[in-house]
Structure formats: structure tokens, C-alpha cells
Design a protein around this ligand. Structure first.
Ligand code: NAP
Length: 645
């Protein structure tokens, strides 16, 4: 236990303690001092479900806690007191429950300690011994498709494992969704201190939910730090992949800036996102419109909206962000709504992270981990109960269970409070389907404030036609516009589209799926050996957590599969059909018990036959556990001529 030796500017300490998340501070103080007394009942949080910053600790106790923490932090940072001994696993479990403000269910401690990398390492770090690295280097050539959040992550882990790889990226830069979506107001809607790689914390996020350019900078910075850019071929996309059964390789046709090219890979990892290919609605006359028209994910910054009559189709996550940004710049904005979104009050949605908090994240050891844990926990199973269906529930059809009904009441009240002066709007914007049926959006009031502007209108009558001059609704009304913006989402169910993928025996992946994509653990599917998907079928989350977590778990599993191949001299790894079917039966049963599986909800989470192909219905810990390492029994294995190690 060494004392801190370098000099730290303490002038921000008071401000830091003022903005500290106090339960996370208590946990960090246990590390700092080795004293469990920081977990005393008077300082234990009792969170308000709609305002997690209300911790239910009296002002006097908060002051006592801050004063005690100040003295201990100064002693440590000035070198007078060494860091305490590492807390025992039992103490860590107590700290976890303390910060969560609830008894953590059995089995969670291990998962959360791993997610926090409390011991300094995580199960997600590939700790491959030299012979395995060497074997992998000799036998494996991996192609990663995409250099967004998941593709970069795959690149980092493959580099750490010593596996040769190349990344192809259709764009001219890294960042994926954070490169492409440049619409006004685009920002992350999961807390940034959680929406970041667990091993690459950023102590200087400018906002709790930072804007797109900040996210893009983060991913560019990571790509630079891990030397990934030299491994990426930009402006290069996969046209087709064909499995060569005899040689156990994928033959890949690439579209490059200088024309088509072929390459080979022993394994392919797709990291192309679920929300990547913009979807325009199938509305009669759509192409006849004579004004400017574009999709939110292909924002036309060259189109000056000032003084224009603008139509927006869609009220999903993207429109919810860009409508408030453009409403005061246009002559008029008319929003066409098919289904109103549920929203969650989040007053701090656009707030800066206080400078003091950044100081604490940077200088108080372990505070960053515990603050991340607080965000992580609050966004996980705390919410899951509220969107779980109770099969015996006899309540109103727009609810799926008692907790869900309670949430619905609270959230409807929060929306109603914003439109008390506009009963016409209130009637339209309070959803009539269960909370959790679709993704709930963070709401700091700007959406409804924009819709209440004199130059704004919300139309919830169905669109029947688009004409050269505007939009016609089912009541026969013709609305004239200069610009139409489509906030109509993505081809989410068309996983891996438009790549052509032909697996064993020439089977086409899209024909095999027939519009109903299924995979084992979202990553691998029968008939397509050595093909691994990140953010594949049934790995999306509606209310719990951040997709970065899912990608990290998936990459750990995929790297585990590659390890298995290198270690045992396996040429081809193909998941068994019965394993995949049993897994999907569990997934379907799980989704049937969630709000988004309710027959009263239609959304992009469902395929045309009504199956939820997007979402993970269980707790995060379940995905974490299922993806710890591949079980060789789940796969049909084709052995290479000679084992490698
Ligand atoms: P979306 O959530 O799929 O929303 C599409 C909207 O368009 C919905 O309101 C939909 O109505 C409407 N729509 C589709 N076809 C229509 C038609 N023919 N007529 C009228 N309305 C139509 O798409 P998105 O807003 O781009 O968001 C997609 C996902 O991207 C989000 O769920 C989220 O996961 C992610 N996202 C995240 C962020 C963030 O983190 N900051 C921001 C943006 C997006 P229905 O609801 O009736 O289908």
C-alpha cells in the first residue's frame, strides 16, 4: 500500500465533494481507507425511482459524510495516509448492495465485480498464454466488418490476443453510428460514464449524455490509442462472403475504392450494427415530392431549414432529439406521429458534468468504477421488473403487470404535467400501449416545449400519400411543405443486409432466415461456420443497460471461440441446430413475458411474423454468464489435419 506521491491541486475538492454521487463516494472511501464504516446505515441511499439523484440521506448526514471524506482524501493525496488494504470479496458484495440501495440478488456480486474490474482485471481481457497466441497467429486470419463501437472493440481484443486480423469499413472514418448520424441534437441517451468501454473510462465527458461529435472523438481516440487505423481498410464494404467447405475459409468479395477485390478469412466477425441502414417508409408517392427530402441518419446540412415549412415523419429517438433543435429555426414544423413514445424524466439530460465531478473521477481512486456501477445498476434490473408481464394480470390492456401499471401512471403524469395547458396535445402524446413496448426516451421537457410552439403542429392522422407539394392525411387534408425529414428509423430486422452470405452447401443466410433472423447467443447460426455476429439477433436492450456491455460480452465469447480453434486445432466451428433452437425457444418464451412482446405493441423489435427478433428478454447478468466462454459441446467441430498446440 503506497501513499500518493505526486501533487494534486486540491482547490477543487470542495466542489468535487458537492457534486459527488455520495454512495459511490462511500464505496471509494472504503478502498481508500480500508474502513467499512463508510457503509453505515445513515449514509445508505434510498433512491427515488424517478429521480435517482435523490438519495434519501439527510442534509446533516451528507455534510458529515463530505467532511469525513475531505479529511481522508487530503490525507491520501498529500501522502500522509496510504491506500487501505484491498476489500475482501464479502466487503465488495456489501459495497455493491450499498451503492445499489438494495440487496443484490445472489450471483450478481461476481458479475458486477467483474464488470467493475475491481481486481484490476476482467474476464473480458483475453489473457492468452504465449503458445496459444502463437498458434492463433499461425492458424487464424480474421476479418472484422465495421469500425464502429463493436468493430473497434473486436480489433482491440484481437490485438491483445495476438490474432491477425483486418477490419473493413464502408465509411471513410471510424465511429459507425456516431459518424453517420450528424442530425442536430444527436446525443447518446445512455449515461456516458456507462456508454463507454469498461476498460477505457473517460473522466472528462463534458456532459452526462454527450453530443455526437464528442462520442465520435472518443471512438477516434480509442482507435488511435490502440493503433487500429493501420488495420482498417476504409471505404471498403463486403459485397459477398462464400464459405469454402473444403478449405474451411470464407471467400470474401470486397467493394473497394478501386473496384472489387477478393480476400480470404478463417473467421469473419460482423460488427455492422442493428440500426445502420436507414429505412424510408413505404408511402404512396414518396418519390414524387419536389422539395428537399432526407432521412435523419443522412442529414442534409446543405439544406438551409431557416424559414422553411418542414414536415417530420416519425416520433422515435431521432426525431425526439432533432425536432427541438430545429423548431425555432424553421417557419413551421409539422410532426407526423403514428405512435407516441413513452418518455422518462431526465432533468440532467443536457447538463454539463460539473468540473468537480470530473476532478473526483480523475483523482479519487475507484470512484469512477463505483459511479459507473451506480449508473449501470440503475439502468439494469431496477427497470426490468417494470417491463415484465405478469401472465395472471387482469389490469387495463395498455399495461402488462402491476409494476408496469405503476410506471405507466407515474410516467403519464410526468407527460401530462407538461401539457396541462394544451389538452389537445395531451390527448395525442400520452401513449396507449404498455410502457416498455418501445424504447422510452429521455425527457427534459424540450420535446413537448417544441411541440407547443406557435409554429409547431403534431398530426396523428395517418399519412395516405406524399405528393409533389406535401403530405395528404387520411382525413383528406393536404399539407404543403418545402422539406420532408424522415425520422423513420432503420432496417433493423434485416441483420447483415445487404451483404450476401452463402454458408455450408451454398445456403444463403437471408433465405435461410426467411425474414426471421435467429442465432445462438445472438452471435452464431447453424450452417454458417466461423461466422460471428456482434449485436446480432436478440441482443438489443430496451430498458436495461448499454449496448457497449453487450458488445464486450459478445467479443469475449467470440475471442473464446477463436481460442478454442487455436488451442485444439479446429478448422471449423459450427453451432448445432438443436442448441440454437433450444436457445431461441427460451428467448421467445422470455420475450413473450416482456412489455415489448405484448400483442398490443407493434414495433421494429418484431419481424413480419410477429416474433421479437431484436431484444434480449433477460437480465444482463444472464448474458454475461452465457457468454463467459464457449462450450465445445454446443458446436459441430471440424478438425484441422493436425492439432496446433
Ligand atoms: P425509430 O425509433 O424506429 O422511430 C421511427 C419512427 O418513425 C417511429 O415513430 C415510427 O412510428 C415512425 N414511422 C415509421 N414508419 C412510419 C410511417 N410509415 N408513417 C408514420 N410514421 C412512421 O427510429 P429512430 O428514431 O431513428 O431510432 C431508432 C433507434 O436508434 C432507437 O430506438 C435507438 O435504439 C437508436 N437511437 C438512439 C439514439 C441515442 O442513443 N441517442 C438516438 C437515435 C436513435 P411507430 O412507432 O408507429 O413505428
Amino acid at each position: 500500500m503506497t501513499a500518493k506521491s505526486e501533487t494534486v491541486d486540491l482547490s477543487q475538492l470542495d466542489a468535487a465533494l458537492e457534486s459527488a454521487h455520495l454512495p459511490a463516494l462511500c464505496a471509494a472511501m472504503v478502498h481508500l481507507t480500508g474502513d467499512k464504516a463508510w457503509l453505515r446505515p445513515e449514509w445508505a441511499p434510498a433512491y427515488d425511482p424517478l429521480d435517482r439523484n435523490q438519495i434519501g440521506v439527510s442534509a446533516e448526514e451528507q455534510a458529515r459524510l463530505r467532511a469525513a471524506a475531505k479529511a481522508a482524501i487530503i490525507a491520501y493525496l498529500t501522502g500522509q495516509a496510504p491506500m487501505g488494504p484491498a476489500p475482501s470479496p464479502a466487503t465488495i458484495e456489501r459495497m455493491i448492495s450499498f451503492v445499489a440501495g438494495a440487496e443484490i440478488p445472489e450471483g450478481y456480486g461476481e458479475f458486477l465485480a467483474d464488470e467493475l474490474a475491481i481486481a484490476g482485471t476482467s474476464s473480458k481481457d483475453p489473457q492468452w498464454e504465449a503458445p496459444i497466441r502463437q498458434a492463433a497467429g499461425q492458424k487464424l486470419r480474421v476479418l472484422v466488418v465495421g469500425a464502429g463501437m463493436s468493430g473497434l472493440l473486436a480489433g482491440i481484443r484481437l490485438s491483445q490476443a495476438g490474432v491477425p486480423f483486418q477490419i473493413v469499413e464502408k465509411n471513410a472514418d471510424v465511429g459507425g453510428t456516431w459518424l453517420e448520424n450528424t442530425y442536430p441534437g444527436c446525443r447518446v441517451d445512455s449515461s456516458n460514464h456507462m456508454y463507454s468501454y469498461s476498460f477505457e473510462p473517460n473522466h472528462f465527458w463534458p456532459q452526462h449524455f454527450s453530443t455526437q461529435p464528442v462520442l465520435l472523438d472518443y471512438f477516434r481516440g480509442v482507435a488511435d490509442r490502440y493503433g487500429l487505423k493501420k488495420r482498417i481498410r476504409f471505404q471498403t464494404s463486403v459485397e459477398e462472403m462464400v464459405w469454402d467447405q473444403a478449405r474451411s475459409v470464407w471467400k470474401v468479395t470486397l467493394n473497394t475504392p478501386i473496384g472489387p477485390e477478393t480476400t480470404e478469412a478463417t473467421a469473419v466477425i460482423t460488427a455492422v450494427g442493428q440500426l445502420n441502414r436507414p429505412r424510408f417508409p413505404d408511402i404512396k408517392g414518396r418519390d414524387s415530392f419536389k422539395g428537399e427530402a432526407f432521412h435523419s441518419a443522412q442529414w442534409r446540412h446543405d439544406v438551409d431549414l431557416a424559414g422553411k415549412r418542414v414536415a417530420v415523419i416519425g416520433t422515435g429517438a431521432s426525431a425526439f432529439q432533432f425536432v427541438p433543435e430545429i423548431a425555432d429555426k424553421v417557419a413551421s414544423v409539422t410532426v407526423f406521429q403514428r405512435t407516441p413514445p413513452w418518455s422518462l424524466p431526465a432533468e440532467h439530460y443536457h447538463h454539463d458534468v460539473p468540473a468537480g465531478m470530473n476532478w473526483l473521477l480523475e483523482h479519487l481512486p475507484n470512484y469512477d468504477k463505483w459511479y459507473r456501477f451506480f449508473l449501470f445498476w440503475m439502468a439494469t434490473d431496477g427497470f426490468l421488473a417494470g417491463v415484465r408481464a405478469d401472465p395472471s394480470w387482469n389490469g387495463p390492456p395498455d399495461t402488462v403487470g402491476p409494476d408496469n401499471a405503476m410506471f405507466k401512471e407515474m410516467l403519464a403524469m410526468a407527460i401530462r404535467a407538461q401539457v396541462e395547458d394544451r389538452p389537445d396535445l395531451a390527448e395525442k402524446v400520452i401513449p396507449k400501449y404498455p410502457f416498455g413496448g418501445k424504447r422510452a426516451l429521455l425527457d427534459n421537457g424540450v420535446w413537448l416545449a417544441a411541440l407547443k410552439r406557435p409554429n409547431a403542429q403534431l398530426i396523428d392522422t395517418a399519412i395516405t400519400e406524399i405528393t409533389p407539394t406535401g403530405i395528404v392525411t387520411s382525413d383528406g387534408q393536404a399539407h404543403e411543405f418545402d422539406v420532408i425529414i424522415y425520422g423513420t428509423g432503420f432496417h433493423a430486422s434485416k441483420f447483415l443486409w445487404p451483404m450476401k452470405i452463402k454458408g455450408r452447401g451454398g445456403a444463403d443466410l437471408h433465405e435461410t432466415w426467411a425474414g426471421d433472423p435467429k442465432a445462438y447467443l445472438g452471435m452464431t447460426t447453424p450452417g454458417f461456420p466461423n461466422l460471428f455476429m456482434i449485436y446480432g439477433p436478440n441482443t438489443n436492450i430496451v430498458v436495461n443497460g448499454s449496448i457497449v456491455f453487450f458488445s464486450e460480452c459478445s467479443v469475449r465469447y467470440i475471442v473464446g471461440c477463436l481460442r478454442l480453434m487455436a488451442e485444439r486445432g479446429i478448422a471449423a466451428l459450427e453451432v448445432k441446430r438443436e442448441v440454437t433452437e433450444a436457445f431461441n425457444a427460451r428467448i421467445d418464451a422470455g420475450n413473450a413475458l416482456m412489455a415489448w412482446g405484448s400483442p398490443n405493441v407493434s414495433s421494429w423489435y418484431k419481424t413480419e411474423n410477429g416474433r421479437v427478433s431484436q431484444n434480449w428478454p433477460f437480465a444482463l447478468v444472464d448474458y454475461w454468464r452465457a457468454t463467459l466462454a464457449p462450450d465445445p459441446k454446443d458446436f459441430a467441430l471440424k478438425w484441422a489435419a493436425e492439432p496446433v498446440v
